[in-house]
Design a protein around this ligand. Structure first.
Ligand SMILES: Cc1cc2nc3c(=O)[nH]c(=O)nc-3n(C[C@H](O)[C@H](O)[C@H](O)COP(=O)(O)OP(=O)(O)OC[C@H]3O[C@@H](n4cnc5c(N)ncnc54)[C@H](O)[C@@H]3O)c2cc1C
Ligand code: SF4
Length: 482
């Protein structure tokens, strides 16, 4: 008799969230994640596609063995510590920052998008399972035991590498090289490591304590982090090349694009970068306990609809202001993660679509008091990035606002490329690299937003990993030919 097919469970096991009323006045993390019992229940839904064709693995930019880590969880239902240790070992083979990626990756577009369970019901909640493994391991001291297995040992024997920037690209490149046995030093311009993870993404999505622990792990792997070091000013690329066998540039895209319209210099108009840096890095929401102040009014308009806009809007809301997001395209064109858009809506952020700012209007004290917008209309055509084209209608609306936050995009800073002769860039400031992520200067590699413009954490990590392999090959080939 044929064996009965296992029953497919179509619905996901939900993760609890802090109720809206409680969370809108605090920066506590919104999603509370799985416990072991619920993670196991969700893991049971996975039909264990063979790794050689599992679509979830292909959808993950660093190709984590997803069915492998899910199986490890299931294999020890009565021994959570053992289950998590085995699952984390599988994840760490490809990704050293799972507590971060489990929280901030747009899984709905990556590993979860092609998951076969998505064809019959909801895809496996891969992101939340990854997060569970990382969180449980951290809380139960499992990481320490595993770290020893991953130590490259031989620190400094294979070569010395300088990594510029401590965002996800730099951290990953450094971690991978340390695992291989290189002596790695990260040079970071700010006083804390993490890049956007520390100064951009707010506590309610990525608690900083968790990030700091992920980074401490890298230090245990032997990575040195030098803070307050601006490469191109404190030390030049040329000087780094004299001391190190290779350099990786992971300096991101942290320069805000501005709106060149009348009134842009009025008081209380922030770039999202400044606003979020004050809140996340300088903890201005805890002023006067912390020194950094933040001035905010009663009505805030955030311009843009990406992750940055959503983070700025939800942070502003938590400071007690009303918030409207104004976007020149429509709801379906927004680039922020779906989960974050939903959270923003639940928390009371309002949206105005198809409006393009043309002027900021000030009061007699030079403070912004309103924003004038032109109404826009969508066309059937799409632009080179696949977005719907829009045109002005010639009609205008004016919305009151005593605070404005501009979140219309970011581009790479040019500190290094302007100082280092021979480092080629594209017109948007991104660095030119070959298929091995090597720049126009031999021995200098680059990845993340510095070569892509504003992208995602996991793509930056994928670049960091790819560059680490290329750096290893480059250094070993150079040594063999010496
Ligand atoms: C507010 C916000 C929210 C986001 N939300 C998400 C999200 O939910 N999911 C997601 O996948 N992506 C998100 N992103 C995008 C993601 O954060 C970036 O794609 C990613 O951080 C890029 O990593 P990176 O390592 O290339 O650069 P970064 O994270 O930008 O790090 C670059 C680092 O280099 C340092 N640096 C720069 N110049 C120098 C220099 N000359 N010398 C020394 N150090 C230097 C910087 O101080 C910084 O620490 C968000 C971005 C922002 C701004
Ligand atoms: S595609 Fe979905 S069901 Fe298949 S292995 Fe991956 S997570 Fe499991």
């Amino acid at each position: 008799m044929a064996r009965a097919k296992p029953k497919l469970i179509k619905e996901r096991v939900p993760t609890p969230e802090v109720p809206v009323e409680e969370r809108v006045r605090s920066f506590v993390e919104v999603n509370l994640g799985y416990d072991f019992a619920s993670a196991l229940k969700e893991a049971e839904r996975c039909i264990q596609c063979p790794p050689e064709y599992a679509p979830c693995i292909k959808g993950c930019p660093v190709h984590i063995n997803i069915p492998g880590f899910i199986r490890a969880l299931r294999e020890n239902p009565d021994n959570p510590d053992e289950a998590v240790k085995n699952a984390l070992r599988v994840i760490w083979n490809d990704n050293t920052l799972p507590a971060v990626t489990g929280r901030v990756c747009p899984q709905e577009e990556q590993c979860e998008a092609p998951c076969v369970m998505g064809k019959v019901g909801e895809p496996i909640n891969i992101g939340k399972l990854e997060r569970f493994v990382a969180d449980y391991a951290r809380k139960h001291g499992i990481e320490e035991a595993l770290l020893r297995e991953f130590m490259g040992g031989n620190g400094g024997m294979k070569g010395k590498v300088a990594v510029v920037g401590s965002g996800p690209a730099g951290l990953t490149c450094a971690g991978e090289l340390a695992k291989m046995g290189y002596k790695v030093t990260i040079f970071e311009a700010l006083h804390k490591p993490g890049g956007v993870l520390i100064y951009g993404i707010p506590e309610f999505r990525l608690p900083k304590e968790i990030l700091e622990k992920e980074i401490a792990k890298l230090r245990e792997l032997g990575v040195e982090i030098k803070l307050d070091y601006i490469v191109g000013k404190t030390v030049t690329l040329e000087e780094l090349l004299e001391e190190y066998d290779a350099v990786f540039i992971g300096t991101g895209a942290g320069t805000p694009k501005l709106l060149n319209i009348p009134g842009i210099l009025l008081d209380r108009i922030y770039t999202a970068n400044e606003f979020l840096t004050r809140i996340n890095l300088m903890k201005a929401y805890l002023f006067p306990e912390y020194d950094e102040p933040i001035a905010i009014g009663k009505k805030t308009i955030v311009i843009g609809a990406g992750n940055t806009a959503m983070d700025a809007a939800r942070s502003a809301l938590r400071l007690g202001t009303e918030v409207t997001i104004a976007y020149r395209r429509g709801r379906e064109d927004m680039t922020a993660r779906i989960e974050e858009i939903q959270h923003a809506e639940e928390e009371g952020v309002k949206f105005e679509f198809f409006v393009n700012p043309v002027e900021f209007i000030g009061d007699e004290n030079g403070k912004v008091k309103a924003v004038k917008f032109e109404k826009m209309r969508p066309l059937d055509e799409r632009d080179s990035r696949g977005k719907r084209k829009i045109v002005g209608t010639g009609e205008y609306i004016t919305l009151e606002a005593d605070t404005v936050i501009i979140a219309i995009g970011l581009e790479p800073n040019r500190i290094i490329s302007e100082e280092a002769t021979g480092l080629k860039t594209n017109s948007d400031g991104t660095l030119v690299v070959d298929e091995n992520l090597m720049t126009s200067i031999p021995g200098v590699f680059a990845g993340g937003d510095a070569i892509r413009g504003e992208a995602t954490v996991i793509l930056a990590m994928g670049d960091g990993k790819k560059a680490a392999k290329a750096i290893h090959n480059y250094i070993q080939a150079k040594k063999a030919n010496a």
